[in-house]
Ligand binder design. Sequence first.
Ligand SMILES: Nc1ncnc2c1ncn2[C@@H]1O[C@H](COP(=O)(O)OP(=O)(O)OP(=O)(O)O)[C@@H](O)[C@H]1O
Ligand SMILES: [Mg+2]
Length: 131
Amino acid sequence: MDELPIWSGDDVVRVRQHVRVVAAASGLSLVDQTKLVTAASELARNALVHGGGGTARVEVVKSANGKAGVRIGFADDGPGIADIDLALTDGWTSGDGLGLGLSGARRLVDEFELTSKAGRGTSVVVVKWSR
Ligand SMILES: Nc1ncnc2c1ncn2[C@@H]1O[C@H](COP(=O)(O)OP(=O)(O)OP(=O)(O)O)[C@@H](O)[C@H]1O
Ligand SMILES: [Mg+2]
């Protein structure tokens, strides 16, 4: 398991690059690598912009039927998300973004788990499986 900091735009770029390397090594197709990298990029940016910085934990996992996958956990200690359903709505943003990062990321991965409470930070765990 690799833990990467997310405190700057350069860190977001490093998370992207690291996820690409791990996804390729784990045997994800080029298309699936790109989907995971895109999702990771949005979630890392959210941790930075909305969460005030945090970490990404990247690891290779094996499913019960022997498939390889990549799991990434993003965590921040920011203000949290009061209404998760609203945050996951296409086009909803609390700022001046497009409001497509969270909803788009969810569509690009196989598993998506968002845990957050107002005032308690945000955790998003995603998994992409090889097929
Ligand atoms: N880590 C986080 N901490 C706190 N709030 C968050 C976090 N991630 C997302 N949110 C909230 O959910 C909303 C939707 O996130 P989403 O990524 O979809 O849109 P955005 O970041 O505003 O714009 P963009 O389309 O540029 O990503 C954000 O505007 C923000 O209010
Ligand atoms: Mg976003």
